[in-house]
Design a binder for this molecule. Structure first.
Ligand SMILES: O=P(O)(O)OC[C@H]1O[C@](O)(COP(=O)(O)O)[C@@H](O)[C@@H]1O
Ligand SMILES: [Mg+2]
Ligand SMILES: [Mg+2]
Length: 326
């Protein structure tokens, strides 16, 4: 089985980008170790802090964030990082070429119950000739990402990575190496499995309500077949399932906080996951437009997300279109 860096060299990926991905994996291996120790290392439970989005930080949110920040900023090819758990971007070498945004620990409500969590990352390039450090450097649409991926910390630790030429998966071996385990991952265009937090049903838009009602009606409804439902409450795990066997995942806009487009964050979750899904032949949308074409205007911007098997996402968009035109 091929080593991650050998695979990327073989694919003729830019050597500095390979170096950056290796650096990211160094941090993820450290996070994987801390997670594995769990209670033994005293890392479970909540901290006394709240992040800029008003969420209570888990101890492991903070640890994972610190590990990623330190390891990345120690490498002079990194100009700056932006994290879900940092109020503002943090800058390193002013000549650095890369920007990295990350959700250090996704699905962190699962930590204390020992269920899968993950790290999501997105790599951007500093626009040519820009020397001033500012948040604006990061505010690039998802189509500009050089690479994106996640590490799922589940029964095994798995990296799913795209550098803009398909999606490949690598499993962390006991030697500390990530080894190629799935090449050219492709999402089936059709699916009978959906993922949504059903407890928010009464807050959804009519398009989403009608769509889910028809899935639940199964073979007796207009879809004419039964659908299965999954909800891990960890986006990394949901996307991993979809990359592995297809499906649709959505965290849509809802009326609880109508001024926010959704729960998930564009720069740390929406864009990197959309790049992976599209590179595997799937589709990703806000329910109205392509996520990767959104011009961000704030680093912690939220976005509504619907992604997965292409034909099923198209069907969901039709329900939204139908209700928009009513
Ligand atoms: O608690 P809910 O409403 O089920 O939301 C679950 C969603 O929130 C998230 O946990 C948000 O990510 P964080 O844990 O990084 O805040 C997603 O991974 C997941 O899809
Ligand atoms: Mg998250
Ligand atoms: Mg998080």
């Amino acid at each position: 089985m091929q080593l991650l860096s050998n695979f990327l060299k073989h694919k003729k990926i830019d050597s500095e980008l390979i170096e950056l991905i290796d650096t990211l994996m160094l941090a993820c291996k450290e996070i994987a170790l801390q997670l594995r120790e769990g209670e033994l290392a005293g890392v479970l439970g909540v901290s006394d802090n709240t992040n800029i989005q008003g969420e209570t930080q888990k101890k492991l949110d903070i640890i994972a964030n610190e590990v990623l920040k330190k390891v990345l900023l120690d490498n002079p090819i990194v100009r700056g990082v932006a994290s879900e758990e940092e109020d503002f971007p943090v800058f390193g070498n002013s000549d650095g070429r890369f920007l990295v945004t990350f959700d250090p620990l996704d699905g962190s409500s699962n930590i204390d119950i020992n269920v899968s969590v993950g790290t999501i990352f997105s790599i951007l390039e500093v626009p040519a000739g820009v020397h001033e450090n500012s948040v604006d450097l990061f505010l690039q649409p998802g189509v500009q990402q050089l690479a994106a991926g996640y590490v799922l910390y589940g029964p095994s630790a798995v990296l799913s990575l795209t550098t803009g030429d398909g999606v490949n998966m690598f499993t962390l071996a006991h030697t500390g190496d990530f080894l190629l385990t799935h090449e050219d991952v492709t999402i089936p265009a059709d699916t009978s499995e959906f993922a949504i937090n059903m407890s928010n049903q009464r807050f959804w838009e009519p398009g989403m309500r009608n769509y889910i009602d028809d899935l639940l009606a199964g073979s007796e409804g207009s879809r004419g077949r039964n659908f299965n439902m999954r909800w891990v409450a960890s986006m990394v795990a949901e996307v991993h399932r979809i990359l592995t066997r297809g499906g649709i995942f959505t965290y849509p806009w809802d009326s609880r906080e109508p001024q926010k487009p959704g729960k998930l964050r564009l720069m740390y979750e929406g864009n990197p996951m959309s790049m992976l899904i599209e590179q595997a032949g799937g589709k990703s949308s806000t329910c109205y437009s392509r996520i990767m074409e959104i011009q961000p205007d704030a680093i912690h911007q939220r976005v509504s997300v619907a992604l997965g098997s292409r034909n099923e996402v198209d069907t969901l968009l039709e329900y939204h279109q139908a209700n928009k035109n009513d």
